[in-house]
Design a protein around this ligand. Structure first.
Ligand code: FPP
Length: 246
C-alpha cells in the first residue's frame, strides 16, 4: 500500500492565538474498540494525548487549557471504567506534582470533588498548592463537572448571599454571576474543540461558551495530536469574531 503523505500545515500565527482552548476529549472508547482492545485502553491513550497536547499548547503560548475529563453523567458507565479513569487521573497527578514546577504549569479543577477518595483529593490539593508558585499555562480539569450543575450552584451561592442580607437581587448581573462559577478567575474559552465526530456540547461550560468558536473533528481524541491542534487553531484564525456586533 502506498502511504499518502499528510499535507503540511502552516504554523499557527503566534500573534493571533486563542488565549483559552477548551476540549471535550471524546472518542477514547471507539479508538480502543477499533483496535480490538477494551475501552479503558482508549482512556489510557487519551490521557497520554492530553499530556502531550498540554505540553505543546503551553510551548506555543496558550494561556488557558480546559479539558472535560469526567462529567456528572459519566457515573452511569460500568464501575471498572470509572475506576480506570480515576486511576489514570491519579497517575497523572503524581506525575504533575513531580513536573509542574519545571514545566511551569498551573492546575485547577472544576466540579464537585466531594465524592472522590481522600487520596485523590489530597493530590488535587497538592497540585493546587504548587500552582500558587508557578506562572505558566493554567490547565483546568473538569471533574464530576456538569454545566447545568455549575449554573445551579452559582444561583444557590447568590441566593445564600441574598438571604444573609449581603446582596440585593437587583445587584445580580452577569459579572457577579460569572464570579460564582468555577471559572470565575479566567476568561471564557476562545476555541472549543470536540474531536470524536459528535456535534454537541454535552453540558460543557454552558455559560462560558456563549461566544466561543467551535471546532468539530471526526478524529478520535487519542489521535488528536499537535497537527490536529494546529488545524483547529488555524481554522480559528480564519474566523471573524463579532460577539453579536457586525
Ligand atoms: C470520552 O470518551 C472520554 C472520557 C469520558 C474520559 C476522559 C478521560 C481521560 C482522557 C483520562 C484521564 C484524564 C486526565 C486529564 C489525565 P468516550 O469514552 O466517551 O469515547 P467514545 O465516545 O468513543 O465511547
Amino acid at each position: 500500500m502506498l502511504f499518502q503523505k499528510k499535507k503540511k500545515l502552516p504554523a499557527p500565527d503566534r500573534a493571533q492565538l486563542p488565549r483559552h482552548i477548551a476540549v471535550v476529549m471524546d472518542g477514547n472508547g471507539r479508538w480502543a474498540q477499533k483496535r480490538g482492545m477494551p475501552r479503558t485502553f482508549g482512556h489510557s491513550a487519551g490521557s497520554e494525548t492530553f499530556q502531550k497536547d498540554a505540553e505543546y499548547l503551553s510551548d506555543l503560548g496558550i494561556e488557558y487549557f480546559t479539558v472535560y475529563a469526567f462529567s456528572t453523567e459519566n457515573w452511569k458507565r460500568p464501575p471498572e471504567e470509572v475506576q480506570e479513569i480515576l486511576r489514570l487521573l491519579e497517575k497523572y497527578l503524581h506525575k504533575a506534582i513531580r513536573e509542574m514546577r519545571e514545566k511551569n504549569i498551573r492546575l485547577q479543577f472544576f466540579g464537585d470533588l466531594t465524592p472522590f477518595s481522600q487520596e485523590l483529593r489530597a493530590l488535587i490539593d497538592e497540585t493546587n498548592a504548587i500552582s500558587r508558585t508557578t506562572t505558566g499555562m493554567l490547565v483546568s480539569v473538569c471533574l464530576n463537572y456538569g454545566g447545568r450543575a455549575e449554573l445551579v450552584r452559582a444561583a444557590r451561592l447568590l441566593a445564600e448571599q441574598c438571604v444573609a442580607g449581603t446582596l440585593s437581587p437587583e445587584d445580580i448581573d452577569e459579572r457577579r454571576f460569572s464570579g460564582c462559577l468555577y471559572s470565575a478567575d479566567i476568561p471564557d474559552p476562545d476555541l472549543m474543540i470536540r474531536p470524536g465526530g459528535e456535534v454537541r456540547l454535552s453540558n460543557f461550560l454552558l455559560w462560558q461558551n456563549a461566544y466561543t468558536e467551535f471546532y468539530f473533528s471526526d478524529v478520535l481524541w487519542p489521535d488528536f495530536d499537535q497537527r490536529q491542534m494546529d488545524a483547529a487553531i488555524l481554522a480559528y484564525q480564519q474566523r471573524k469574531r463579532r460577539f453579536g456586533g457586525i
